[in-house]
Design a protein around this ligand. Structure first.
Ligand SMILES: Nc1ncnc2c1ncn2[C@@H]1O[C@H](COP(=O)(O)OP(=O)(O)OP(=O)(O)O)[C@@H](O)[C@H]1O
Length: 677
């Protein structure tokens, strides 16, 4: 329904001059009690229909064998990442790890020789004498292994922070370029949040964990080799002693993963309430509306559900671990009993039995490390998998790059029969919009809330791609050029511009893609035109003042002053198209007038198309072309005079004329009331 429908008619059908009460629509009474967020026993109930939960389900249902099968791929990926981050350190870590494992195996063999010498026939002093060379070898090998492990630690210290930076950078780079329509999707935002929260966190730990795993596996291979040399039967016995613990670790990892997935949305919700309670922006309204108690209660409701889930998980883990340790203990006892029996039965010399005991003990410790490292990597791999899928999705959602760029100057933009539907939206936001914009002209989009004005502006700016129809810049279809090259040609000042927590100067220059460099003359001209010059002149450090109270000496601006800075930012960008999407709504009347004066008259440039979106029709009367939007399409177009004289088929004024008269009448009525008092 258009605003024009809101015009009241008097009993005899005459049009009233001033707006009356709004017509009522069919809307049932709201419930007396409503939960702020979905209720339910299951913490993740509200997530069941979200598509990315299916991945979680799939990962958790995957067999252990398949997960283990993925480990080589994950290892390759981590190694590749490490190699790209620091090739030298990666090679060093790999080589030193191998050498350390060799030292460990030789050390075990040397220990068996020491025992053989000690358990041999003859006088004690003679046996000790014979054992000395092997003892010295053991000491030497241990020292060498210590040095090699030191080298591994140094390599790891160099590698881990580099990998961390590389992963984070890639994650951020891909996410911040993802097409806007994907970011509009709540499910995508959930996925990005989860990937940042968990996937990235575990990916950062992947290098040290992989090093720990490789270290343990190599140590195990060395010890197993020694055991095989002593007696092959010892190997399956050893394996038997650790299988129960490994099973328990894997079970526990899977339970944790499912649990975390189930309440990741809850965590977001609880953080939202924490933020609302602590944030400076919401602080005045929270206090003025005494909303503290309501927010605290909602926070507690979620906190209790998380608490319940945490406790359940803890109990489950304790049970699984107890079971694993009990069965594992029995298996170890059995292993030692068999070893004792083999030595007593003469299957193995006593020295070899002693050596086997040492090897089993050290292998058991190593095997537990392997299981723990596998457990961790397995658990984290599930999250890393999600992160990888998210990154893959981000790659697919990058703005299209064809290598073709738009020409620097544009003469005409032709929009033909453009349709656009937001993801998961029930209806089209734009339906068959056509228009022609020519350089040097100022164009206004007007119409009721939700009629599609901002959407059209975002399509013109290349932020969205039309679902149907075409937008051509001097005949070049926008789908055929790099989206970023369109965005570089368009300066957009949005309804709620970002209050960048940067210096006043950086707040002006960031629209041109820099916060460290400025064209001083252009910056001064931009702030002068937008009226931000007075704002900046009043700041303690002028251009250098940080515009955020989070910084020492930082200043906070009023909404209207922020808008002036935002308009300056748009003007500074000096783009082929300037879109002002109601940035003046929070400005005082004089400031708004000054901005429109500057944009419509002062800086009218022959090479620029200026698009104004406004609900205050008095601001757009000087535009060359005015497009009136309703329900996603253009119902009227022309300049102010044409539109004011337009009549419908029934002889009634057109939509623009009705809206304009309505607004003018409201001012005149108010002015009349002032005169009477
Ligand atoms: N990010 C989004 N995701 C889904 N739907 C959206 C999104 N943004 C806008 N819409 C819907 O698209 C339609 C057009 O919205 P748009 O913001 O373009 O209208 P507008 O004319 O600029 O409104 P206003 O005057 O209130 O700024 C509306 O139905 C709106 O609810």
């Amino acid at each position: 329904m258009s605003d024009a429908d809101d015009i009241n008619r008097s009993e005899n059908g005459d049009r009233k001059e001033v707006p009356g009460p709004r017509r009522r629509v069919e809307l049932p009474l709201p419930p007396a009690r409503a939960a702020a967020a979905p209720e339910g026993e299951e913490v993740g109930d509200e997530l069941t229909s979200v598509y990315w939960m299916q991945w979680d389900g799939e990962a958790a249902r995957t067999s252990v064998a398949r997960i283990l099968g993925r480990l080589p791929a994950i290892s390759r990926r981590v190694l590749g990442l490490a190699y790209r981050a620091d090739a030298r350190a990666t090679v060093m870590v790999v080589v030193l790890q191998l050498a350390s494992a060799l030292m460990s195996a030789f050390g075990l063999l040397a220990s068996v020789r020491v025992l053989s010498a000690l358990f041999a026939q003859g006088a004690t002093s003679e046996r000790i004498h014979h054992a000395l060379p092997s003892l010295a070898l053991v000491a030497g090998l241990l020292a060498a292994q210590g040095l090699l492990d030191f080298g591994v630690a140094r390599g790891e210290a160099a590698l881990t922070p580099k990998v961390r930076r590389a992963v984070e950078q890639e994650f951020l780079r891909l996410n911040c370029h993802v097409r806007l329509e994907a970011v509009d999707d709540a499910a995508f935002a959930d996925e990005a949040n989860k990937a940042n929260d968990r996937g990235l966190y575990y990916m950062r730990q992947a290098v040290p964990q992989l090093i720990a795993l490789v270290h343990a596996v190599l140590g195990l291979i060395g010890a197993a080799g020694v055991l095989a040399v002593l007696h092959p039967v010892l190997l399956p016995l050893l394996l038997l002693s650790v299988v129960p613990q490994g099973y328990a670790a894997v079970r526990s990892a899977r339970a944790q993963f499912l649990s975390h997935s189930r309440y990741s949305t809850l965590q977001r919700r609880i953080r939202l309430f924490t933020w609302l309670l602590l944030d400076r922006d919401s602080a005045p309204e929270v206090r003025a509306s005494t909303a503290q108690q309501a927010l605290l209660e909602e926070h507690e409701r979620f906190a209790r559900r998380i608490e319940k889930e945490d406790a359940r998980l803890g109990r489950q883990e304790a049970n699984v671990s107890l079971w694993g340790r009990a069965v594992g203990g029995l298996a170890v006892g059995a292993t030692y009993a068999v070893l004792g029996w083999m030595t007593a039965a003469g299957w193995m010399p006593l020295a070899a039995g002693g050596g086997a005991f040492l090897a089993i003990r050290s292998s058991r410790g190593t095997l537990v490390n392997v299981v723990l490292a596998m457990h961790q990597i397995y658990e984290h791999a599930l999250w890393i998998d999600d992160l990888e899928r998210h990154l893959e999705r981000c790659r697919a959602l990058q703005p299209h790059r064809t290598g073709r760029r738009l020409p620097d100057a544009v003469k005409t933009i032709t929009v033909t029969d453009v349709h656009y539907t937001y993801p998961e939206a029930g209806r089209d936001a734009l339906r068959g919009v056509s228009m022609t914009l020519t350089a040097g002209s100022t164009v206004a989009f007007v119409g009721a809330n939700g009629s599609g004005k901002s959407t059209m502006a975002k399509l013109l700016a290349g932020l969205y791609t039309p679902s149907k129809g075409s937008i051509r810049w001097d005949g070049v279809e926008v789908r055929e050029v790099d989206a970023e090259s369109i965005q570089a040609q368009v300066a957009m000042v949005l309804q709620d511009p970002v209050a960048w927590p940067l210096s006043a100067l950086a707040n002006v220059t960031i629209g041109a893609g820099t916060i460290t460099e400025a064209d001083p003359r252009r910056a001064l001209a931009a702030v002068t035109e937008s009226g931000a010059d007075r704002v900046i002149a009043g700041l303690p450090q002028r251009w250098a003042t940080p515009l955020s109270k989070r910084f020492k000496g930082g200043q906070e601006l009023s909404g209207g002053n922020w808008a002036k800075v935002a308009v300056a930012r748009g003007l500074y960008q000096d783009a082929a198209m300037l879109v002002l999407d109601e940035p003046t709504a929070s400005m005082d009347a004089r400031a708004e007038h000054a901005v429109y004066e500057a944009v419509l008259h002062g800086t009218r440039r022959p090479d620029r198309i200026t698009v104004l979106i406004s609900h205050r029709l008095a601001s757009v009367t000087a535009c060359d072309m005015i497009y009136v939007f309703r329900d996603g399409h253009i119902v009227e177009s022309g300049d102010h005079h044409t539109l004011m004289s337009r009549r419908t088929a029934g002889g009634e004024p057109g939509e623009y004329a009705q809206l304009f008269t309505l607004q003018a009448a409201a001012y005149q009525a108010a002015a009349g009331a002032e005169d009477e008092t």
